[in-house]
Structure formats: C-alpha cells, structure tokens
Design a protein around this ligand. Sequence first.
Ligand code: ADP
Ligand code: MG
Length: 684
Amino acid sequence: MSQLQTADTTEISHAQTASEALETAAAEVSGERKVLLSLVGGTLVLLTLLSNAFGLLPELVSQIPALIGAVLLAAPLFLSALGEIRRTQISSNTLASLAILAALMSQMYAVAGSLAFILLVADQFVTRTARGAQRAIEQLIGLTPDIARVVIDGAEQDLPLEEVQVGQIVRVRPGENLPVDGVVIEGRSTINQASLTGEAVPVEVAVKDHVYAGTTNLTGGIDLRVTEVGAETTIGKVTQLIGEAEKSKTPKQLIIEQVAQFFVPVVVAIAVVTWWAMIQSEDQAVRDAAVSTFVQILVVTCPTALLLASPTAMVAAFAAAARLGILIKKATNLEAAATIDTVVMDKTGTMTTGVFEVSKLVPAEGVSGADLLRAAVNGEQHSNHPLAASILKTGKAANVEPDGTRDYEEVHGRGVRARTSMGELCVGRATWLVELNPAIKPELEKVEAKIEGMSGVHVMKDGQYMGAVGLADTVRKNTKKVIERLRELGVRQIAMFTGDRVSVAKRVGMNVEVDAIEAECLPEEKHEQIRRLTRSGAKTLMVGDGINDGPSLAAADLGVAMGLSGSDIAANSAGVALMNDDLSRVPFLIELSRRARAIVTQNIAIAIIMALIGLGLATTRVLNESYGPFLAGLYQFATGVIVIANSFRLFRFGEHIAESEAEQESEGMVRREGSIRGLRSQPS
Ligand code: ADP
Ligand code: MG
C-alpha cells in the first residue's frame, strides 16, 4: 500500500498537470501584474496601430510603442516558455513564444504586440476559471468560520480559529456554522451536514455526539469540546484530498502530454516549410506574408486546449461528486469507474443499515440471560463493529454497565477477546469460538438452531460456552433499486460478500436479487476473492465499510468506502469515500465517470479539429497578413473557452439528485408540520 502511494507521488512530481503548469506560470508573474501588463502593453500597441492607421507619426517612431508593448506583454509567456524548456516539456508556451519572437525579428511589432496581448488575456481567463472551479469546490464543501466562540471559565470569548485548541469548549448558536470538529457536551440541536455528506436531511445531535466543522447548526445552542481544528478536521482533510485529486493525473492525461510534446516539432516543421516555400515565391505579396503565416501556424496549433481537455473535466466532475458527498481521491479513480462490470458489496452496513436489533438472548444451559448479556457487553465495550454497538445499546437499556477493562483485542472479522472482571471473554462468530475450543461445538450448535436466520454473536468465558445473542438488521430501502440501476448501466455481475452466516446472507441476497453470495467469509477470504475476480479480468468495484474491508477495497479496481467520518477518510485505502451511507451514489459515480470520459473525448476531438481547421486557414492565407496573428490568437483562445465550457457542463451533473432530495426533505417537513397541526386542532 505505502509502496503504491510512493509510486504515485513520484509520477505526479515528474509530470506536471495543466493546472500546475498554470500555477507555476502564474507564480512567475502574479495575477495583478498581468492585468497591469496587459493594460499598459495593450495601450502601447494600440497607439502604434492608431498611428499607423492615421499616419500620425513617422513610420519608424510609430513602431516604438508597439515594440515596448510587445516585449512587456510577451514577458510572462517567455518566462513560462523558459520553464517548459528547463523541464524539457516543450509545449504551448514555447510555441507561442517562438511565434512572437519571429514577428519581433521581422520587425512586425504591432503584430507581435497584438498577438501577445490576446494570449495574455486568454491565459488570465484560463487561470482564473481554474481558480474559480477550485473555489466552487471549497464553497460546496462548506464554510468554516474563522472565529470561534470559546468558553473559558464560564465566559465567552471570540478567538481566531488558529488560536483554538483541542480540548477547549466552543459554543455554537443556532444558524451558525461550526468552526471545529468536536463532541457535544451540552445542549441538543439539529445540524445540516449537507456540505459534508450531501445528505439534505438534518441530523439530530445530543450530548456525546460527534459534530463537524463546516456544517450548519440549525435549531438549538450547543457547547462542544474541540477534538480537531483546521486541517485536522474532516472538512479540512476533504479539502486537502480534493486538492490532491486535482493534481493527480490519469494515464490519458499523460498520453495527451506526450502527444502535445510530439506535436511541437511537427508544427514547427510545417511552419518552417510553409515559410520557406512562401519566400521562394515570385509574387511579392506572398513573400511579404510569409512571416505572418509562420506565426499564424504556430499560434493556431498551440496545444493549450488539448492540455486542458482532461484536467478541466476532472475538476468539474470532482465538484459534482463532492456536492453529493462523494469524495474521489484521484483522477484515476474516477476514470476506473467508467469501465466497471462487476460490483461486490459488503452486507453489514452496506446493503443493510448496520443497525441491529437484539432480537433474542439464547443462554446455554445453566447460564442466565443476564449473565450472558453482561458478558457480551463486557466483551464488546470497546468495539466499533455494528454488532457491538447494538449489544451495547441493549445493555444500556437493561442497565448493564461495562466494567471498563482496557485489556482487549479485536480480531478482525472474527470477534473480540477481552480480559475482564468476569474472566477472559471471547465474543464473536461461531466458527471462531469453535476453533478456539472445539469442545463447545455440540452446545453451540444447539443454541445456533434457535437463532436461525439471525446474525449470532456467541460468547465464551474462560473456555466455557455461555450462549449467543441473536441480532437482525434491516436491508436499506434503496438497495434493490440501486442494484437494478447498476444492471441498467450494464454491470454484469453483482455479488454480496459477507462474514455473516449463510442463512442471513441468503435472506438478504434473495431479497435484493444479487447474482452471487459469498457468506461466512473472513476478511482475508474476501480479499482473495476480489483478487481472483480482478485477475480473471473483471473490472471490479467493491463497496464496503472501510475499516474491516480495507484490504479488499484496496485490491479492487475501485474501492468505495461508505459512511466514514473524521480521520478514517484520509487513512482509508479506498479510492472513493462516501461521506454518507447512500448506496445510490455508486451508480451515480459510474454515470459521472462515463459522462466525464465522453466529455474528455469530445474535448480532444474539438482541440484537434480546431487546430486542423486553423492550420488550413493559416496556410491558405485566408486571414489578413497584419491582423492574421491576432485573429489566430483569438481563435486559439476561443478553442480553449469551448473546451472549458464543455467540461464545466459536468458541474451541473447530479444537481437534479441533490435538488430532488432536498425537495423530498422539505415535503417531509411539511407533512410533519401538517400532522402536528392536525393533532393540535383535535378537540381535547
Ligand atoms: P460483514 O462482512 O458482514 O461486514 P465482518 O467481516 O465485519 O462482517 O464480520 C464477520 C463476522 O465476524 C460477523 O458476522 C460477526 O459474526 C463476527 N464479528 C466480527 N467482529 C465482531 C465483533 N466485534 N463482535 C461480534 N462479532 C464480530
Ligand atoms: Mg463489514
């Protein structure tokens, strides 16, 4: 895993993305300076153009402003070109610089100036749009206030966020956004977490609940103890990951960059040959137009639009995904989603809610139900497993308090072993306990027969079998619809992998109609199965709960981790993290990926066709000799704008889902209000 990561990072640092290239260029000459440059330089060039048109100044003098203007305007471009040459990544800036140099050397100062002007304006436009897209994502994922109301010795004090420390108490009023991640220690409220999870339904929080920076406190005042600030918060990590995703490259982008490099010498050769042929001409007019044509060819074929084809689409797709609480970690992860033909889902917490009801306590002979429950609670007290959570809840309702032991170990996919005040407890799946002590098998089988069709958590104390807790969870209500949608999208095989027993797996699997079921899998068996699938050529997407299923998520072509919060997101090995637990995001992701792929293909086609048409126009001298280069610059700019606009259509993809969910939610509220009113109007 760590090896994989280093490989990826070096790949990124070797080759630059278009947006990075833009960034370096922008860093060389800052944005404001470019605006100033284009104003001053543009005016100077205009002066020459006017003077030429109206014959205001003698020929030689009138050229001077344009020369100065051209050099000023072209300076940032020259710097970027030098950067490209230094990195041996000769590309659009080098081509454009060569064009301007050619014009300057042939003393066509006004031509060089106007060309540099339009290229500079185009560059600023692109840089700004790229930044705008980034800002749009940041806004999407919520706003963290930069001041927090900290309660110190009972007094409120506004502190800048940088000064807030973990462990302090922060007070948040209704209507405010949360400045930090924390745990509620006083009050109750509802919180809109849509900015983080894409889930329109507000969640209710009370004491001990975790709350997150960037989400909105709606109804009540709450005090919270700070657990994370700044970059350590969930939203901070998400923002950071999106930033990294934007910098990551797909293989397609790397190919495009290589093609663009190969392009440069070809274009220069065409331009030189054309120029050479033209200066051989008998016709004076043709000879005069030679340099202008040379310049035009270089400008119209600049691969700027080609280099933007993929990164702009990726950024827009990341934003569309973030709005629905889907965090894509790398561009390659998005690309992988397009070709998925096999989907494997974990059962517990993925296809089902993961919220179990304890439906049955089945103690072994001579053991009381109360002792069984106490043992189960003591064993599970520190486990995060959904089964453990339900047992602890039941224990609490029955006033069974855990004894607080710290001496325990969780055995993944099997259960928990803990040394408690009651003795050594092993709590978990049947096969594991039998493995530990084969002698308990007959007793265990008797108990298991009584919880047929339920998930069983078996308990053993000091090698002695105590019985089992039978639990049942419910299938999420949209699981079946999601599976249907996946089939519509052409997914050929949908399988369910679970560590739970066969009877439970069958009940759930038949209910939602999957093609294959693998039950009673250990985590390493799930992993092995996924590897077998990918080796056999299936393009596999695995959806799981991220903690237990880490290796399987990493082994699949695309791993999707569900319902993570806090630090898990960054640490997790899945390529995609769902900030909510809505399975319908999986088919959406596949659609988004295909849409993005189509748009990248369109963009590449647009860039190439426009370059070819431009080449045709330039070589056939359709464009006027003195305005031609400027028009070529405009033409190139227009191509870039078309590509960007095409990509940014993706921003809107999925808007309808967010909207309809919000609508459903507000309808729900109206209904609830209605029923309250209905109650009130009833005569008492
Ligand atoms: P799933 O594949 O359904 O998500 P897991 O791999 O998380 O299941 O766990 C497999 C099985 O191991 C569970 O069905 C349960 O019987 C047992 N198990 C794992 N962890 C625990 C735990 N903390 N407490 C009780 N049982 C556990
Ligand atoms: Mg699981």
